[in-house]
Design a protein around this ligand. Structure first.
Ligand code: NAD
Ligand code: UDP
Length: 312
């Protein structure tokens, strides 16, 4: 069956790669985006495809559309951008989920939520598995995102139980790659751009906090496998379990760019999680999915992309 996919946040980093992958399967794509952190450049090459449409719209407003699969990705993902207007971030997460779930209910579409490892907060359990309820500050600077995403998960499961909506929930761990913006503010883009420009590399805190980085191709493959699965709602972790300190990431970026940049230390943002690594046993079991691209392998095309973006 050929699907009509609605991708909210479709002009963003992950959304644009997803649109491209769905079109490559010969499916139709309605890309809905308010272009807050997304860019027309990310999808410009898709505009000539008769299976592709761009809808400029904000998910906090309801919309009438027909689709049989909805990928709900709309939400700024970088702490810098989601903290810029916290009330708007909550609205996007909560009202966006309500509007898209209402649409899914009306048209009987399968709907996938792009949830996040942030729902685990600063985790007391390591590595994080889906059964862990998390350790989240409800009133801190990250709460608009973390709690917004948590409410969205609650809404998804309430619509599933109350209205039998066909839901899928994935919890994405730090994912990087080409089409992140130069000023995105997340760590991979910051370090690569700083190294390429020969500017100091900004380590927040002592740089000993950890993250586990997934290349976008692996993530998109997992997201599509989840949507294609007929009998598993999730939530399921999708991420690369190879864990690195932020200092190790900086060193890898310096090595691969051949940069002479120095490391400088900046204050650690409030509530910055100290460690993060997914347990992906469930994804392996239910989706037969695991990432295949190592950090250094994924950094190379990412570095090449940013070099071009900044005109090197
Ligand atoms: P991104 O910021 O590049 O993409 C988000 C997209 O959503 C942008 O195109 C933006 O313009 C759009 N958007 C934001 N608010 C909107 C609104 N109110 N209405 C319509 N569109 C809106 O980020 P990304 O990394 O591509 O993340 C995509 C999704 O995946 C997000 O929901 C994010 O929370 C989730 N996620 C990403 C990661 C990651 O590491 N990349 C990790 C966990 C979760
Ligand atoms: N970070 C850093 N320097 C930067 C940007 C981020 O040291 O220029 C750190 C940040 O404090 C966090 C980690 O890198 O510990 C990942 O940050 P990011 O904003 O990418 O995403 P998060 O996983 O915190 O949502």
């Amino acid at each position: 069956m050929s699907h009509v996919n609605l991708v909210t946040g479709g002009a963003g980093f992950l959304g644009s790669h997803l649109c491209e992958a769905l079109l490559a399967r010969g499916e139709e794509v309605l890309c809905l985006d308010n272009l807050f952190t997304g860019r027309k450049e990310n999808i410009a090459h898709l505009l000539g495809d008769s299976n592709f449409e761009l809808i400029r719209h904000d998910v906090t407003e309801s919309i009438v559309l027909e689709a049989n699969r909805i990928f709900n990705l709309a939400c700024p993902a970088s702490p810098v951008h989601y903290q810029h207007n916290p009330v708007k971030t909550i609205k996007t997460n909560v009202m966006g989920a309500l509007n898209m779930l209402g649409l899914a209910k009306r048209v009987k579409a399968r709907i996938l939520q792009a949830s996040t490892s942030e729902i685990y907060g600063d985790p007391a359990v390591h590595p994080q598995e889906e059964s862990y309820w998390g350790n989240v500050n409800p009133i801190g600077p990250r709460s608009c995102y973390d709690e917004g995403k948590r409410v969205a998960e609650t809404l998804f499961f309430d619509y599933y139980q109350q209205n039998q909506v066909d839901i899928r929930v994935i919890r994405i761990f730090n994912t990087y790659g080409p089409r992140m913006q130069v000023d995105d503010g997340r760590v991979v883009s910051n370090f690569v751009v700083q190294a390429l420009r020969g500017n100091p590399i900004t380590l927040y805190g002592d740089g000993n906090q950890t993250r586990s980085f997934c290349y976008y191709e692996d993530l998109i493959r997992g997201m599509m496998a989840m949507m294609d699965n007929d009998d598993f709602t999730g939530p399921v972790n999708l991420g690369n379990p190879d864990e690195f300190t932020i200092r190790e990431l900086a060193e890898a970026v310096i090595r691969l760019t051949g940069s002479k940049s120095e490391l400088v230390f900046k204050p650690l943002p409030e509530n910055d999680p100290t460690r993060r690594k997914p347990n992906i046993s469930l994804a392996k079991e239910k989706l037969n999915w695991e990432p295949g691209i190592k950090l250094e392998e994924g950094l190379k095309p990412t570095i090449a992309y940013f070099a071009k973006e900044i005109g090197l």
